[in-house]
Design a protein around this ligand. Structure first.
Ligand SMILES: *[C@@H]1O[C@H](CO)[C@@H](O)[C@H](O)[C@H]1NC(C)=O
Length: 533
């Protein structure tokens, strides 16, 4: 009797524990999503990879050191008093600081002619100036310098792109806790207020000002200065311009001629392409050990849009699971903020990913797609693997594979839970590379009974599958472009579908009238590369 009571009590406790079990990061899930986690680390704060893999699923803490220059364009000589946007690049901010046209360039019958606002990336309500009044507006370019190290939350991917493709998922669902009806309202222009009422008037594209307000309320709780995001250029939602910034200059924009505007279009593209591999000069230090990613959790990230299974989404996760991930994020931020800014990067995981990608990327691609002889294939694979093989030839196959998979991970010592998860994800990637290469190596090591063509086909098939699974952004980069050309990928709000699937070197001078824009939402009348915006 007593025994059965105890047993029932025990079962009840187990059931309760199960019911209330916190959703926590899972090492097994991190392994399943190893290639995606590897790519998130590799692409962080890089314009190229974050444009290709534009649905970011992850957050990182980022420190912007003292004395970094940042830019803000607006239509006032005053520094913003509310949360507002800062750009890492001059030309990005200039887009929001319209230059007046010389009087003879103006066409009084056209709103879109040379005169007036050239804002291609309308960010908030203030910038939605009706056309027609635009000729009188003069922009100001503000330049700021950080006066101390500032800490931000970085939402990865193309998180500044105001689309419904999933680029805003981490902000809207994870951080803001949006429900599906609220999200549908957002897309239809029926917008939820924080008090539960609804309004029609969006605060900028996809209610962008409200988003900034909400995110800044969270940042305030967390002791962070704002959110770092990316569109065509990296930007910051800076919650309070009076904290940690010194205004260096705020100059009104000079008159700009038509020819200048056309040339600037290409120069903007060129400037963006200079940030494909990073924003440079240690302007933003990513704390990789602070990574909190939906990819770590056993949650459904399937895209309901079955044309894009390659893009993960956060749209199918229930409210209670979202709240638990947010809770975990809050915990991680609190833990990491205990560490002084000067020691914020424990492990340079991106550096590790760079060593792996630079050793294997081009070689794998050439072997998979461009190799017509078993001999060449065999030579390159031996080149890659010889250092992991004991020449006496008495080892099991598994030993050199493990040696190869461990190689680049020997220099890291995981500290945080994120480090442990990233380690497992990386290990899956390196093990996938090494085991495939060793398998292909044994295929191609002479077996005269199999015809060479057949060996080549199966070897290339294995390598192509590896390339598909790794899905490195580097695989889609153009070969080096000619001077005066840029390898182009869609960067919101610009770019075509063709640019996404087949990035090419371009001068920007092409007929874009019938080009399909890649993004499902963008400011009205906007925009194609090469368009005279
Ligand atoms: C995951 O989400 C997708 C898209 O919303 C849905 O079709 C699928 O049924 C979900 N899977 C599970 C296991 O719930």
């Amino acid at each position: 009797m007593l025994l059965s009571v105890l047993l029932i009590a025990h079962l009840a406790v187990l059931a309760l524990a199960c019911f209330f079990r916190e959703l926590s990061p899972s090492p097994r899930v991190a392994e399943q999503r190893g290639p995606e986690i590897f790519n998130a680390i590799h692409n962080a704060m890089r314009q190229w990879g974050s444009s290709l893999h534009h649905n970011g699923m992850s957050f990182f803490l980022v420190t912007i050191p003292e004395d970094v220059m940042l830019y803000h364009g607006n239509k006032s000589p005053q520094t913003p008093l509310c949360p507002d946007w800062l750009a890492f690049e001059i030309e990005h901010a200039e887009n929001f600081a319209p230059s007046p046209s010389p009087p003879h360039d103006r066409d009084p019958h056209s709103d879109t002619a040379a005169g007036g606002s050239q804002n291609i990336m309308v960010q908030d309500g203030d910038h939605a100036v009706p056309s027609g009044q635009e000729d009188e507006v003069r922009g100001y370019l503000h330049v700021y310098k950080t006066t101390r190290p500032l800490r931000f939350l970085y939402a990865d991917g193309m998180s500044g792109a105001k689309t419904s493709m999933g680029t805003l998922d981490t902000q809207d669902f994870l951080l803001r806790g949006m429900t599906i009806p609220e999200y549908e309202g957002l897309l239809d222009g029926e917008l939820p207020n924080p008090d539960g009422s609804f309004r029609q008037q969006p605060s900028g594209p996809l209610d962008e000002s409200q988003r900034a307000t909400d995110l800044c309320a969270l940042c305030k709780e967390w002791g962070l200065q704002g959110v770092i995001r990316m569109e065509a250029g990296f930007e910051i939602i800076k919650c309070d311009f009076s904290e940690g910034l010194e205004e260096v200059q705020a100059l009104s924009r000079p008159v700009q001629h038509m020819n200048d505007r056309v040339a600037r279009n290409f120069e903007f593209m060129r400037g963006l392409s200079e940030r494909y591999d990073g924003i440079g000069s240690s302007r933003a230090i990513v704390d990789f050990s602070s990574m909190v990613s939906a990819l770590f959790f056993p949650v459904n990230l399937t895209n309901p849009d079955d044309r894009r299974p390659d893009l993960p989404r956060i749209i199918s996760i229930g409210q209670s699971q979202l709240a638990q991930i947010r809770h975990y994020l809050t915990w991680m931020i609190e833990e990491r903020l205990k560490i002084p800014c000067s020691r914020t990067r424990t492990i340079d995981w991106q550096g590790v990913s760079d060593l792996i990608v630079s050793r294997y990327a081009d070689r794998l691609l050439v072997l998979a797609e461009n190799t017509d002889s078993v001999e060449v294939l065999s030579t390159v694979i031996n080149f890659l693997l010889d250092m992991f093989v004991d020449g006496s030839g008495v080892e099991d196959q598994e030993i050199p594979v493990a040696r190869c998979a461990d190689h680049y991970l020997r220099s890291v010592r995981p500290v945080t839970e994120a480090d442990e998860l990233i380690y497992r994800a990386f290990k899956v990637v390196t093990h996938g590379i090494c085991s495939t290469l060793f398998r292909v190596r044994s295929m191609v090591s002479a077996n005269p009974s199999i015809p060479a063509a057949q060996t080549l086909a199966s070897a290339r098939g294995e390598l192509a599958e590896l390339v598909r699974i790794l899905n490195w952004a580097r695989f889609r980069r153009c070969p080096t472009c000619a001077m005066g050309e840029v390898c182009l990928i869609p960067m919101w709000p610009m770019g075509s579908t063709e640019d996404y699937y087949h990035p090419k070197c371009t001068t920007g001078a092409r007929n874009t009238a019938d080009v399909e824009n890649y993004w499902d939402m963008r400011p009205e009348g906007c925009c194609y590369w090469g368009q005279d915006f």
